[in-house]
Write a protein that binds this ligand. Structure first.
Ligand code: GLU
Length: 378
């Protein structure tokens, strides 16, 4: 069986990272390239595949708009250029998707957004809502507020983190080269693209130089570092050329283009593993028999109606243990309501939440996506 066909055939949620060098040409943003890519993404959506984009190009586009040809040196200059370019970038994506009747949403993030539990949860919930609504989320680093210390380094790393957040089935990193070469193509004519990487060995890391393109910041080293994180979550990763006008179509047809990194067989099962084994719980929620059954046997979320007790003083976004009335651990999850709120709404139908609390952000106290269940059910 063709490995690529097998992998691509299963993809229902794809994260596509597009580098600055792909999106920009001599005349600023390359509208042709963007239209080609968007048309192919629309085809993927028509086939029932959710699409999320991590895009660069804000700084390059802003710089071009201002007629600046020399490299931008200071942080404020780069941030100012990003502020100019980001809105242009979004307009171009919005127009390209708009032709197909598809809406886009802009999401700008910094590292501190992802390490903060509440913000992390919000980002995740927002992204899932947008996907539910058929909208294409377009993510970039929030360059205007990022500083050296909190910068992701580059969008390759940001994309790796987002792949985990959205539990992508595949991350495609579109760059200005054909893939990962076995030696530096600028120095050797014998250089060939490595089609398949089963394991990221020291040799593979060694061939990935840190030389970045003129406009991007990442370089191949950063793309391979990102690949390591992504495959460790069990997500396949591909580096391919975004300049190739049929790239997405061809990849999904199983054609051998770019470099495919296979997911690790014994991978950390993404966030659920992280929730179960990394986070320390801040409290307990005691469930009745109905909720226990719903969680363990039916793969459902935790609703307030099944809660019979709350222990501890946790806040929104904290990890909490779910136990039965005998104290047996059933699950661990990240709560949408703090302990005080949970005490007020326990035993009630979700339709009563707004009446009791004065607001309702979620029907669930713990959404299924944010929960690791003791006995595997799904
Ligand atoms: N966030 C930067 C931009 O939009 C790009 C960072 C990168 O190239 O990795 O210009």
């Amino acid at each position: 069986m063709n490995t690529r066909k097998e992998i691509f055939g299963k993809v229902k949620k794809v994260l596509i990272k597009i580098g600055s060098a792909v999106l920009t040409g001599e005349n600023g943003l390359d509208l042709n390239i963007i239209e080609h890519l968007v048309d192919q993404m629309v085809d993927l959506k028509k086939r029932g595949c959710h699409v999320v984009i991590v895009t660069s190009g804000a700084i390059a586009s802003g710089k071009h708009r201002m007629g600046i040809t020399a490299p931008l040196k200071s942080m404020p200059q780069k941030q100012a250029a990003a502020a100019i370019g980001q809105s242009r970038l979004m307009r171009v994506y919005s127009n390209a998707f708009g032709k197909h009747g598809i809406y886009v949403a802009q999401i700008l993030l910094t590292m501190s957004d992802l390490t903060d539990r509440r913000r992390f949860l919000n980002i995740r919930n927002t992204l899932f809502t947008l996907l539910d609504w058929g909208v294409v989320p377009i993510i970039n680093e929030n360059d205007t507020v990022a500083t050296d210390e909190i910068k992701f380094g580059d969008n390759d790393q940001l994309a790796a983190m987002i792949a985990n957040i959205i539990e992508a089935h595949l991350l495609i990193n579109l760059t200005s080269t054909e893939g990962l070469y076995d030696r530096n193509p600028a120095r050797s004519k014998k250089a060939r693209v490595i089609p398949l990487v089963r394991h990221i060995s020291d040799d593979i890391e060694a061939v990935a130089t840190s030389e970045a393109t003129d406009v991007g910041t990442g370089g191949m080293r950063s793309k391979v570092l990102a690949a390591k994180k992504v495959v460790a979550f069990g997500i396949p990763y591909i580096i391919a050329s975004g300049k190739d006008p049929c790239i997405l179509k061809d990849l999904f047809a199983g054609k051998e283009k770019g470099t495919l990194f296979l997911p690790m067989a014994e991978h950390l099962t993404s966030r659920k593993h992280w929730i179960a084994y990394t986070l320390r719980s801040r409290g307990k929620i005691i469930l009745d028999e109905g909720a226990k059954k719903a969680l363990i046997e039916q793969g459902k979320s935790l609703l307030p109606s099944g809660i019979v007790g709350v222990e501890g003083d946790f806040g929104v976004g904290d990890p909490v243990l779910c136990v039965d009335t005998e104290g047996n651990i059933l699950a661990k999850g990240i709560v949408n309501y703090g302990a005080a709120e949970c005490r007020k709404i326990m035993g009630l139908k979700s339709s009563k939440i707004a009446q009791v609390l004065g607001y309702k952000d979620y029907d669930e106290v713990i959404h299924r996506d944010n929960m690791a269940v003791a006995k595997k059910t799904s």
